[in-house]
Design a protein around this ligand. Structure first.
Ligand code: FUL
Length: 613
């Protein structure tokens, strides 16, 4: 009788387990899956703002300045492809409001420029060049428009939606439609030259715009904190070490809903464990310090080694990398940018050329229902969605890889079958060393893609992946074992250093007011012929970064004159050192920096510099 009972209860227990694991939490859509598979793409900024040498156009530039005589979309797109990027996002309209295609919605567009005698369409050229290069295409059309006279009224929103309609109808299939969070503020606005504040929670009526996307471009993901893909919350291109694809946006205090530019970004890099939506992080970062081309940044193009590092901090943490490219005023990518992209692409190719798992024998401590459907060899079949799974009650398990000969490697790749949700919270990587297991790496939040860069290259014939934490059974789809080059040489441009700033060791602080506006007066000890000043905002304190500035100079400390005034565009999102080049070199012994910070109680200054002629 007892035996019968035991046999019966055993039968019920295993009958309770379905053949397939039950999905966990919110799940990605088909569009998400395709987006994850892309891993990286570029974002191209090229508007009259390039010709003004600014980061944000005010909306008042004369279209006649937009005249790139050597423009070649294919040169730019091919450079991106050489870097291993899979898609191109073109800024069809930036904050300055200038449309790079012949739109019917605003006279402020490419047809008014001398480029191709006003008969050109740059969106089309990039769409075609992308197609030719086998890359996907997408657009960024800025909601903020500093040119449009009706910005702030319903009339503009209608025009804006019509702009999107044109972009979604005339340029083929788009993989992404990109919506920026920066909006509302100073602008030209048809000559009004004023500040226009909008209620970001209601003004754009995002729900109607999303419907437009779904109808006209059903395969596009929406880049927006309210759309399919979230902003990672910084413009350094870094997701957090633990970064969940799931996310619950948090509204800023006092608001009921979170909307782009009006939400708390603190948890965007890390996402939200068990968050409300599948909204993975897009890690955007320009190849140069700024999003637009500036000749003085030619030697500050990120090096291949820096790009490789960024790849690990974005793609390697389950996000996608969106790298900003900025053609120069000729309409071409500068040689340094091309050189860096090419070398980066070669490193990627070299690293991932040979997956050492192909030569390995693989086994696992548990296989769901002992069923071949879920066996460990699914981890090495190069299919992102076939997977090794464990029984429902097994949330910790081990996978073992064994080779006949010792192998040399330093990168481990892991992927979950995200069609079943993001399940694994933590795992460790061990290698067999002198007969003992030694832990060489660990990782959290696996998801679509996780790259672990080992602290040193190892040589071993046995590798073990230990899954330590998961709320449910495991559904891992991929293990990859690779060898990245041990060292990456710097490109030629990075070896030649630009003119350094004036030595600050003899400087004296004459006056400093940390309040609003922040004001600092410096005595450099002797007079110099100064051609430029620099301002470094405090890192991690972007709220206190100055949004506009004034520089005053003096030779005797008594008679002062203002030599430069302006806006630090986009500084909150991208708090890099700001360089202000003077109209003409000035004799300066004393200088005063006045940093104005709209709406904030104080202005943070972490460094000031002066550059000699
Ligand atoms: C930001 C914008 O304000 C920048 O100008 C740039 O377009 C970047 C990609 O997004 O928020």
């Amino acid at each position: 009788m007892l035996l019968l009972f035991v046999a019966f209860s055993f039968a019920t227990a295993s009958a309770q387990q379905q053949l397939y694991p039950i999905p966990y939490g919110v799940l990605p859509t088909e569009n998400h899956l395709r987006w994850h598979e892309m891993e990286s793409y570029v974002l191209i900024h090229f508007t009259p703002t390039t010709f003004e040498n600014k980061e944000w156009g005010y909306g008042d530039a004369d279209p006649s300045i937009f005249n790139p005589t050597k423009f070649d979309a294919q040169q730019i797109v091919n450079a991106a492809r050489a870097g291993g990027f899979k898609g191109v996002v073109f800024v069809a309209k930036h904050h300055d409001g200038f449309a790079l295609w012949p739109t019917k919605t605003t006279p402020y567009n490419i047809s008014k420029s001398p480029w191709k005698d006003g008969k050109g369409d740059m969106v089309k050229e990039f769409a075609q060049a992308s197609k030719k290069a086998g890359m996907q295409f997408g657009v960024y059309c800025s909601p903020w428009d500093r040119n449009h006279p009706g910005y702030g009224t319903a009339a503009y929103v209608t025009d804006y939606r019509n702009q999107l309609r044109e972009l979604y109808t005339n340029y083929g299939e788009l993989f992404i439609t990109w919506f920026d969070g920066a909006n509302g503020g100073d602008g030209y606005y048809g000559g009004a030259n004023e500040k226009r504040n909008i209620d970001r929670t209601t003004y754009y009526g995002w729900d109607s715009t999303w419907k437009l996307v779904r109808t006209l471009q059903p395969k596009a993901v929406i880049f927006s904190d309210m759309g399919d893909v979230r902003w990672v919350g910084n413009e350094h291109g870094h997701a957090a070490e633990t970064s969940w694809a799931t996310f619950t946006p948090i509204p800023t205090d006092g608001n009921k809903v979170a909307v782009p530019g009006e939400m708390k970004y603190e948890n965007s890099a890390g996402g939200t464990r068990n968050g409300e939506f599948w909204k993975p992080a897009e890690c955007d970062v320009p190849l140069r310090p700024g999003w637009f081309y500036h000749a003085d940044q030619d030697k500050r193009v990120k090096t291949p080694a820096q790009l490789f590092d960024l790849y690990f901090k974005s793609v390697g943490r389950g996000g996608n990398l969106d790298l900003g490219l900025s053609p120069d005023t000729r309409g071409l990518l500068h040689d340094n940018d091309v050189e860096s992209l090419k070398a980066f692409g070669e490193i990627l190719k070299k690293t991932f050329a040979e997956n050492l798992v192909k030569k390995a024998k693989i086994s696992a401590s548990n296989v769901r229902g002992d069923n071949k459907l879920f066996s460990a060899d699914k981890l090495i079949d190069a299919n992102r969605y076939s997977y090794w799974a464990t029984d429902d009650d097994v949330t910790k398990a081990e996978v073992l890889l064994e080779w006949k000969e010792p192998q040399t490697f330093n990168v481990i790749r892991l992927r979950e079958n995200i069609k079943l949700g993001q399940r694994i919270e933590k795992l460790a990587v061990d290698v067999m060393s002198n007969g003992l297991w030694k832990q060489v790496g660990e990782a959290t939040s696996i998801g679509a893609n996780r790259l672990i860069r080992l602290p040193a290259t190892v040589k071993t014939d046995r590798l073990r992946i230990r899954i330590i934490e998961s709320p449910v059974s495991l559904a891992l789809s991929d293990i990859g074992v690779f060898r990245a080059p041990d060292s990456i040489p710097d490109p030629s441009y990075a070896k030649i250093r630009g003119k350094a700033g004036i030595d600050r060791s003899g400087w004296k602080l004459v006056e400093s007011t940390p309040a609003k506006p922040g004001q600092v007066t410096i005595d450099m000890g002797q007079a110099y012929s100064v051609k430029a000043f620099t301002y470094q905002p405090q890192s991690g304190q972007t709220a206190f970064a100055a949004t506009s500035y004034e520089w005053q100079v003096s030779v005797d400390g008594k008679n002062w004159k203002t030599v430069s005034e302006g806006e630090f565009s986009n500084i909150k999102a991208n708090p890099i050192e700001q360089l202000v080049v003077l109209k003409r070199p000035e004799q300066v012994r004393y200088f005063r920096f006045i940093g104005k910070n709209d709406g904030e109680v104080r202005t943070g200054i972490s460094g000031l510099g002066a550059i000699e002629e």
